[in-house]
Design a protein around this ligand. Structure first.
Ligand code: SAH
Length: 201
């Protein structure tokens, strides 16, 4: 499937009904999700692979991975978001396992690839992206993850001995979804990381 086709399909998905800033519930826009997933597809990390979306929200990354031939699982702490995710998966006719849980303690097995847009840690109550990164490199051999601009130093150190293989600056259209946003759409830039880890024996 072409990247543009994937983007058009993902645009049909519903977003959070009542996003909470404390959990940094920003859905990944279809254009950004398609970019991340297309890259993972080209690197051989989706088709026929076990893919996990940590903090899957309303499911865009897990559903997109399934559309590209992955066996996809999404983990999310918010039951309301998961209800929307399940509806979204059936809307596009894909099978995704959605699990209600906290990415910190959850036990995940046989994961090849993690795709994720973790909380960036810009809201005080959030534990930020550390628990997500820790889990991702613990369970997967390939990780695709979105982060704030300027995270490179922190991420390279944090994921060691895993390696940051690629970094892309990606425009991220942020729609107005919280009271404190004062523009309808603001384009920010985020960084997409591709991280690889040695398979554990
Ligand atoms: N992956 C989705 C949502 C990104 S927003 C997308 O790309 O559109 C980050 C998500 O992480 C939110 O849905 C939030 O509820 C979830 N989250 C935050 N802390 C979590 C935790 N400890 N365990 C599981 N999910 C968590």
């Amino acid at each position: 499937m072409k990247k543009k086709q994937l983007e058009i399909l993902l645009e049909r998905l519903e977003s959070f009904l009542h996003p909470t800033p404390e959990r940094e519930q920003y859905s990944t826009p279809a254009v950004v999700a398609a970019f991340l997933l297309h890259l993972a597809y080209l690197r051989g990390d989706l088709e026929g692979k076990n893919v996990c979306d940590l903090g899957c929200g309303t499911g865009v990354l897990a559903i997109g991975a399934a559309l590209l031939g992955a066996r996809a699982v999404g983990v999310e702490i918010d039951p309301e978001a998961l209800r929307v995710a399940r509806k979204n998966a059936s809307k596009l006719g894909v099978d995704v396992d959605f699990i209600l849980g906290d990415v910190g303690p959850i036990c995940l097995k046989n994961v090849d690839t993690v795709v994720m847009n973790p909380p960036f840690g810009s809201q005080k109550a959030s534990q930020g992206d550390r628990a997500f990164l820790r889990k991702a490199i613990q369970v997967a051999t390939s990780v695709y993850s979105l982060h704030n601009l300027g995270s490179e130093g922190f991420i390279r150190r944090f994921v060691e001995p895993c390696k940051v293989e690629e970094i892309y600056k990606v425009p991220f259209p942020l729609r107005r979804c919280f009271e404190f946003h004062n523009e309808d759409v603001r384009i920010i830039e985020v960084e997409l990381y591709r991280i690889s880890c040695q398979p554990r024996s």
